[in-house]
Design a protein around this ligand. Sequence first.
Ligand SMILES: Nc1ncnc2c1ncn2[C@@H]1O[C@H](COP(=O)(O)OP(=O)(O)OP(=O)(O)O)[C@@H](O)[C@H]1O
Length: 268
Amino acid sequence: MTLQVDNLGLRFGGTQALSDVSFDVADRELFAVIGPNGAGKTSIFNCLSGVYRPDHGSITLNGDAVLGRRPDAIAKLGIARMFQNIELFENLTVMDNIKLGRHIHLRYNAFEAALHIGRARRAELAARRFTEDLIDFLNLAGVRNHPVGMLPYGIKKRVELGRALAMEPKLLLLDEPVAGMNVEETEDMARYILDIRAELGISMIMVEHDMRLVMDLADRIMVLDFGRRISLGTPAEVQRDPAVIAAYLGGADPETAAADQAKLEART
Ligand SMILES: Nc1ncnc2c1ncn2[C@@H]1O[C@H](COP(=O)(O)OP(=O)(O)OP(=O)(O)O)[C@@H](O)[C@H]1O
């Protein structure tokens, strides 16, 4: 899997949400995107998943154009997104919620199902087996038949993760995966993220405000500020980049940030 993003530009009225942002994600890489509020992180995810159409630039997954496709076609191409807010069906069981993510791989419709009962049945059985494997992988066996609405937050997020994985993505987008979680739930989620990479071999892009998690898990980090890429490198490289320090110290005021950056550069 290779994701290549070149010169993305996106404008909303007077706001330049993204200015010529370029980056690539390698096979099995855990790539993080960070930046102050309003930096453009969500806009990147919305461009990758087909929710926003950038004004210019290109996105390719394994050489196939992502831009210009509808969100469902992008999911089929292999990009799945785990949303920040829980978007599960509260009355359905854990199993059924995860199976719903699988539907893009069931290549038959009701008419075909009537004509080719064998094929539809095989697809249904494969989906069930696949879902069972995912349930084991995420340690959800004990609650597989529970309605999702009754489960604690940390487990709901894990079901949400299961639903995204059920799409068998090549690239998984994690939108603030530990937002609102306590320490224990955060550690659990961190372990699953590492297992997804190690055991399933899936590449990931993570947007996250929890800096400790980002620094601990990410292979590389891209830092955005006011829609511009201000840094990209390993956690160690990004942490000591004066432009990053300035962006975080300077808050929302670009002039203060520039002055801070100049001071930091003068010192180093
Ligand atoms: N649909 C929209 N309409 C108008 N402006 C938008 C829209 N989406 C994003 N923006 C603007 O684009 C800029 C980047 O927003 P974005 O949500 O991508 O930032 P972010 O880094 O995800 O922020 P946060 O950390 O607060 O979630 C912001 O100034 C935001 O107000």
